[in-house]
Design a protein around this ligand. Sequence first.
Ligand code: SF4
Ligand code: SF4
Length: 297
Amino acid sequence: MYGYKIINGKAVIDEQEAGIIISIFNGYISGLSMKAAAANAGVPMQHSAVKRILMRDIYIGTDYYPAIISRETFAKATGKRLHRANQHGCEKRYTAPPMYCAIMSTVSSMNMGDFPQMIDLVAEKNVDVFAFGRYCPTSGQKSEEYHIEPTAYRDFLDMCYKRFQYHKSNGCKTTFQYKDHLWTLYLYEQGLFKIPENHEPDKVYDGCHCGIGHMTILPTGDVFACRRMESKIGNVFETPMYELFLGADLEEYRQFDKFEKCSKCELRGYCRGCPAVTFGYTGNMYAPDPQCWKEVS
Ligand code: SF4
Ligand code: SF4
């Protein structure tokens, strides 16, 4: 390894080569090109050879190799190298497909004003997928601070929808996902979602997946109905998944008639809002969804 000698099985610094390495790093940090930094150190080298030296992080020291340069020097040189690569368009080589990018955000009253700009940026950068969920408060104080009034949330979805359409009509390839189930209510009111004619009122077809389509398993084996609320239903190391899924604890999340407002709503089989957000606000997942603006009698 350039910069070291192996003596009796141990790596020791080769003082002459180490001096060249230090000089190359310092020259490059001061603004010289890679080749110029090597020439300045008295060792003409090809660009690729200098680059290998600048990328070799063992020069900051490992258990085996003693340090030749400081961590700070290495960081400065790396920052400079990446900056120059970007300037020369080399980053395209590092970010080319198959790297896909999905951006998932969380909305509350604190940041909803940032979304127009965020959606425009996502579209401009051709992000593959964009979605958001609603903030789930974890205390009474946070409920007040982060709350969005139902009609304000409807207007917010309206703004997002129109912006999505605008970008799509201009050739944007981003998939804007309708993650929050209150999108179903919005699309229903716009005539863009219709309840199928042959639907059976007592059946659940879509909406919140709690109790019907998912469970969350932590590394400890603890299983939750939903990771976004206090909803532990057991431990997979103690009880088989099949039994947990069909068990009484998860059954609580399938008691659709207990949902105070959703049980009377024609969108019951397709929406049910977000019981975790409702739980965060009220401590009762069966209470009306705090952002649902639908009037249900
Ligand atoms: S009442 Fe429930 S099911 Fe109906 S729109 Fe509101 S959240 Fe959705
Ligand atoms: S409670 Fe909310 S976050 Fe959890 S599965 Fe249902 S809709 Fe999703």
